[in-house]
Ligand binder design. Structure first.
Ligand SMILES: [Zn+2]
Ligand SMILES: [Zn+2]
Length: 360
């Protein structure tokens, strides 16, 4: 099969990914082999390719927002049928034995495996994954529109939960409970950086009744935010016109933490949604006093994924995608690095299901 292999981490402008002919992976006994239709491109892929995340596996194949169909199953796999459409996310496997897994926090697992980082991912024609860690894709989403839900969407959703949305129900509510929408009086959410995760996150927050304020340096990203219903969109360090209950940073820029803190109400939270970020500059204590807090988001639990996909279908979320042919993986990552993507970038691998193009 063909796969994009990382020669060695290097700036994406030097085209560090190489399209090679490699063996089709063999699914383990609890795994399925998936023929990849599309693979969403995430900023984490860029951090892997450029070496901002320490390399874990030589010649890794990146990609962890994979939509495809089951081609073959391991001896002990049988939850899905051959030919069924599934999504493969970042969380490839957790050990289920460490203290974090046993306390319902597998996102913090001591020995996790990650798709496209510690095991090969979806910038390839086939990928193998444990059946317990993949998701059925809700029917209303064509492959292209589904791909960004699998990381940008799920991580955005977990970020919203950590930001305190929906207010009375955070972390305990079954999403989709009737009544949630009417129970959020005046929650002001800031989103800093408006790409794949931001544009999904905004739609969920609005569905929950929050007012969304978007700070992002690119004019075209500000425009997309306004088209999607943001009450305000301004520059990355501009001050939103109202104080925020919470702010989520998707931009990997530590220098945005002080302005985001400054925009918060008392007791507000800044949630850092990325896996990597430039250094956070020091700041004066009054910025965080009055019980403001800063917290990061690390991965997600499978429950987050199932909850989010159900909600995404219910809303329904509309993802905006920019499609790149399989041959253009380096080009797509380069565009992402330089703020060139409106919404989410997706690599198209095998032929699309009917309707896949219609929604572009
Ligand atoms: Zn664990
Ligand atoms: Zn990701």
């Amino acid at each position: 099969m063909k796969a994009w292999v990382l020669r060695e981490p290097a700036p994406v402008e030097t085209q560090p990914l190489e399209l090679r002919e490699v063996d089709v992976p063999q699914p383990g006994e609890d795994e399925v082999l998936v023929r990849v239709s599309v693979c969403g491109i995430c900023r984490t892929d860029l951090h892997v390719v450029e070496g901002e995340l320490p390399p874990k596996k030589p010649n890794i194949v990146p990609g962890h927002q994979i939509v495809g169909v089951i081609e073959r199953q391991g001896a002990k796999a049988g939850k899905y049928k051959v030919g069924e459409r599934v999504g493969i996310p970042w969380l490839h496997r957790t050990d289920q034995t460490c203290a974090y897994c046993r306390s319902g926090r597998e996102n913090l697992c001591d020995s996790p495996e990650f798709t496209g980082y510690t095991v090969n991912g979806g910038y390839a024609e086939y990928v193998a994954a444990p059946e317990d860690f993949i998701y059925p894709i809700p029917e209303g989403f064509p492959d292209l529109q589904a791909a960004p839900l699998l990381c940008a969407g799920i991580i955005g959703f977990r970020s919203l939960r950590l930001a305190g949305l929906p207010p009375q129900h955070a972390n305990t509510a079954r999403v989709g409970d009737p009544g949630l929408t009417s129970s959020m009086p005046g929650f002001n959410l800031g989103i800093y950086g408006f790409g794949a995760a931001g544009h999904v996150c905004l739609q969920v927050a609005q569905y929950w009744g929050a007012k969304v304020f978007v700070a992002t340096r690119e004019l075209k990203h500000q425009q997309l935010a306004q088209e999607l219903g943001a009450v305000w969109a301004g520059g990355a360090k501009d001050t939103p016109p109202e104080k925020l209950d919470a702010a989520i940073l998707f931009a990997p820029a530590g220098e945005l933490v002080p302005p985001a803190l400054a925009a918060l109400k008392k007791g507000g939270t800044v949630v850092l949604g990325g896996i990597h970020m430039s250094d956070i500059p020091s700041f004066a204590y009054p910025l965080i006093y009055q019980e403001r807090s800063i917290r990061s988001v690390a991965n997600n639990t499978r429950q987050d994924g199932h909850d989010f996909l159900r909600l995404a279908a219910e809303i329904p979320i509309r993802t905006q995608v920019q499609v790149f042919p399989f041959e253009q993986a380096n080009t797509a990552l380069n565009a992402l690095k330089h703020d060139g993507i409106r919404g989410a970038a997706v690599l198209q691998i095998f032929g699309l299901q009917p309707g896949g193009r219609a929604a572009l």
